[in-house]
Write a protein that binds this ligand. Structure first.
Ligand SMILES: [Zn+2]
Length: 298
């Protein structure tokens, strides 16, 4: 992808802080694969629980992304890890802001861009504690995207999703959850809160609702990829990297890799095929209206 360093608002940089913004509550280690852990967290969040315990307090210090200053009291100055990945993430997040914010403004709908927090090892979020094992995720309670940039290396080494556009797809997917959390479908309820209500009402179908929500986030990521393409930001192979990443985080692929077997009843994000197909649908159409994953089969 063609990109350059930019300044983005609402960035919280906790890299290099041992333990990040706080210690993890007990049981937050999330055994099993990293992605599985994320899935568990995200799904639990979606059904209204707080999977990691904790007070839900949001105690992150703001740190200027441009100075990279180490917060007071953290001792010696340390070199911040993954600086290139951090700058790339800022660029992608800013590009996502530039796509989505005007669409809300044009429709006279309120919108606030999400925060992004870069952390090392562990942090606290409005949804409880998070660790590197959690992987990138979105917390609807504080409208924040959380990323340990070291995860991106895991994406490559453990999931075989290579290239900068794999990284971009993950961020665009998390941003998709922010769109779902921001888009008012009536009565002041968002897509996300509507889905949460359905899940509470019919827990037997909670996974199905989760899959629909996740596939829509993939489709919204595809819409962003389309806009990046139209702006001439894509390079040869980028879309393949995005599609490959979407397949790499499919439920069937992850289960086969981590447990050696596949249990469709426990799917909560969609199969590799579904995730690729909805990403492609967003890319091909560039239309929000084409991302309705809530009717018919997906
Ligand atoms: Zn998701």
């Amino acid at each position: 992808m063609r990109w350059k360093p930019v300044r983005r608002e609402r960035v919280r940089d906790e890299r290099g802080r041992p333990g990040g913004g706080g210690s993890l509550p007990r049981g937050a280690g999330c055994g099993g694969g990293g992605i599985l852990a994320i899935l568990a967290v995200v799904v639990t969040l979606l059904i209204g629980g707080n999977p990691l315990g904790g007070s839900g307090a949001f105690d992150l210090d703001y740190q200027d992304p441009n100075t990279g200053a180490v917060p007071e009291g953290s001792g010696e100055i340390v070199e911040l890890p993954n600086e290139t990945e951090k700058q790339f993430s800022d660029f992608v997040m800013k590009d996502l802001d530039d796509l989505w914010e005007p669409q809300f403004q044009d429709a006279n709908r309120p919108f606030q861009i999400p925060t992004i927090t870069y952390f090392t090892r562990a942090t606290r979020t409005g949804c409880g504690g998070a660790s590197s094992q959690t992987g990138p995720f979105y917390c609807p309670r504080d409208s924040g995207v959380y990323v340990d940039l070291a995860f991106l290396r895991q994406l490559q080494n453990r999931f075989g999703a290579t290239g900068d556009f794999a990284h971009a797809y993950i961020l665009a997917h998390e941003y998709g959850h922010h769109i779902q959390n921001s888009y008012d479908v009536g009565d002041g309820r968002s897509i996300m809160t509507t889905v949460q209500a359905e899940q509470r009402q019919d827990p037997g179908r909670a996974n199905e609702w989760s899959i629909r929500l996740e596939l829509q986030a993939d489709c919204l990521a595809g819409i962003w990829a389309r806009s990046a393409y139209e702006e001439g930001q894509l390079e040869q192979g980028d879309i393949e990297e995005g599609l490959n990443a979407a397949a790499a985080v499919g439920d069937d692929r992850i289960q086969r890799r981590t447990t050696g077997r596949v249990d469709p009843h426990s799917f909560n994000h969609g199969t590799s095929e579904q995730r690729q197909r909805w990403f492609a649908r967003g890319f091909d159409s560039g239309e929000f209206s084409q991302c309705n994953t809530f009717s018919g089969s997906v």
